[in-house]
Design a protein around this ligand. Structure first.
Ligand SMILES: [Ca+2]
Ligand SMILES: [Ca+2]
Ligand SMILES: [Ca+2]
Ligand SMILES: [Ca+2]
Length: 342
């Protein structure tokens, strides 16, 4: 199986494997398990000096991974938007005063797509930099300046995602996904390592955060979990300073309160609690997104759970569980009736 498909459906994996360059959905980068936690924040501005991006990391924590995303604008709408790693790396982007000229991954609609044309988001691995800036620190709150150099007018903003481990965290798992959801509608399947415990029990956590660029002014995406509505209002430039191209970014994270089915566009901050959508014994769930305005870019998602999100295929049911499933489907009943009538 394609390694990037570990929480995708087999059908989606087959499609991705067959034409990986033409699909740009959300793909898992990795899963981290243990006493892990997550810090995510975003910042955007039309100015070269974008502003500060925040991080919250327990004192004494170990940084496992840190990524800085820089989210360009759709080429069809904003001429001059970066389309190559070289363009990002030559822009003069800095993070905490350090030049970021080693963006090494482009995600999004890197081949022309009928929905949003071409749309490139760059990802840099800033793990060692964040390690050096947090090691031995006596605080858990950090704020680092971001500068977009000469491309600020065509880059909507940055997302900083940090995965850490700390004795203060309960056992759990973190998954980061990136890419660019098809605006016409796209589904990602997430698997658990085994049937989950009661998601309504105190202490159970299953949180989803989305990163979206080129969204404002009432433009919204809908998100369904297991076919039920999570929100109809995902989007807007919550983490951007101006309502203008080059500043349209939002990501669920620090300072945001999880809120499902918010009553208004302004109330949705792209951070959600998926526990109400799950049931005891679930082994997977689906995330479906759709953007009717056809040009918002869902390029990032984070998942934090006290359950173990799988890095492999769906778990194989235990024999007794399998029998119960078959009984639930009426299969055992059919077999029994056939035996009696023969
Ligand atoms: Ca900008
Ligand atoms: Ca936010
Ligand atoms: Ca929002
Ligand atoms: Ca838009």
């Amino acid at each position: 199986m394609n390694s990037k498909c570990f929480v995708k459906s087999l059908a989606a994996c087959a499609l991705a494997a067959a034409a990986s360059s033409a699909f740009a959905d959300l793909n898992p980068i990795n899963t981290w398990t243990g006493n892990v936690g997550l810090s995510v924040d975003g910042v955007g501005s039309t100015a070269a000096a974008v502003g500060d991006v925040q991080a919250s990391i327990p004192i004494g924590a170990t940084i496992l991974q840190a990524y800085l995303y820089s989210a360009g604008t759709p080429v069809a709408n904003v001429p001059g938007s970066p389309t190559t790693l070289a363009a990002y790396n030559g822009a003069g982007i800095t993070f905490a005063g350090t030049a970021i000229n080693d963006f090494n991954t482009l995600v999004g609609a890197t081949s022309p797509r009928s929905d949003i044309g071409r749309f490139y988001t760059a990802r840099a691995d800033v793990t060692s930099l964040v390690q050096s800036m947090t090691s031995g620190a006596a605080t858990s709150s950090f704020s680092w300046a971001v500068n977009e150099g000469n491309l600020s007018s065509v880059i909507d903003g940055e997302v900083l995602a940090i995965v850490y481990s700390s004795p203060s965290q309960v056992p759990g798992s973190v998954v980061l996904l990136d890419g660019g959801q098809n605006t016409g509608g796209e589904t990602t399947i997430v698997n658990f390592a085994g049937p989950i415990s009661d998601p309504s029990a105190p202490g159970f956590a299953m949180q989803l955060g989305l990163g979206i660029s080129f969204s404002c002014c009432g433009q919204a995406s809908t998100v369904d979990i297991n076919g039920s509505t999570l929100t109809t209002f995902a989007g807007n430039n919550d983490d951007g300073a101006q309502v203008a191209n080059g500043s349209l970014i939002t990501v669920g994270g620090l300072g945001d309160t999880p809120l499902n089915n918010p009553a208004s566009y302004d109330a949705d901050h792209e951070l959600y609690n998926l526990a109400p959508f799950l049931h005891t014994g679930d082994t997977s769930f689906s995330i479906f997104t759709q953007n009717p305005t056809n040009d918002d870019n869902i390029f990032f998602a984070s998942l934090y759970s006290t359950a173990q999100i799988s890095v492999g295929p769906p778990p194989i049911p235990e024999p007794e569980t399998y029998a119960l499933m078959l009984a639930g489907l009426g299969v055992l009943g059919v077999v029994a009736r056939r035996r009696r009538s023969s």
